[in-house]
Design a protein. Structure first.
Length: 163
């Protein structure tokens, strides 16, 4: 299933660095979809997506859907990261996808039953196709350390220098 023209926020899609914040054993690649359009919200709900209404302290209220893909399959084998491409299929440097970018998002869904017997439909992030790429830029200056001598003390020696 493809979701058209979704506003993208907090894209964590680097194949080598899935997000470990919530699950250190099975980190995830993830992206948040946003809209202020109630018709889009209804469409997402009709497609069994878990839509949340957000009313920030500042700014306009919006609806969001968080999509993710685990880095490991249920059997413990590595999962492929979500694909990210431009409109004509050229790969995107996923670390440059900034908040507010617009993308078509491909997901796949399956039915599940949890440990308590509750049934549901899981939605898994499969790929994104950028329609509008807002390039992410760091909003701070990176400073380099100046060179200094480092003192290292080990049980065998008192001091080693020149590191």
């Amino acid at each position: 299933m493809i979701l058209q023209n979704c506003e993208i926020w907090y894209a964590k899609l680097n194949p080598k660095r899935p997000n470990r914040r919530l699950n250190k054993e099975n980190p995830t690649w993830e992206v948040q979809l946003r809209t202020t359009d109630k018709n889009v919200k209804k469409d997402w709900e009709d497609k069994n997506l878990n839509v949340r209404a957000i009313v920030p302290d500042e700014g306009e209220p919006y609806f969001r859907v968080n999509l993710k893909r685990k880095s490991l399959k249920a059997d413990g084998t590595p999962n492929n990261p979500p694909e990210a491409v431009y409109g004509k299929g050229k790969p995107v440097d996923v670390d440059t996808i900034g908040n507010g970018s617009i993308a078509n998002v491909r997901i796949w869904q399956y039915e599940y039953t949890d440990k308590l017997g509750k049934k549901g439909i899981a939605s898994i992030l499969d790929a994104i196709q950028l329609v509008k790429h807002i390039v992410f830029e760091r909003n701070f200056e990176e400073e380099d350390f100046e060179e200094i001598e480092t003192e290292i003390v080990t049980p065998e020696t008192e001091v080693e220098e020149d590191f």
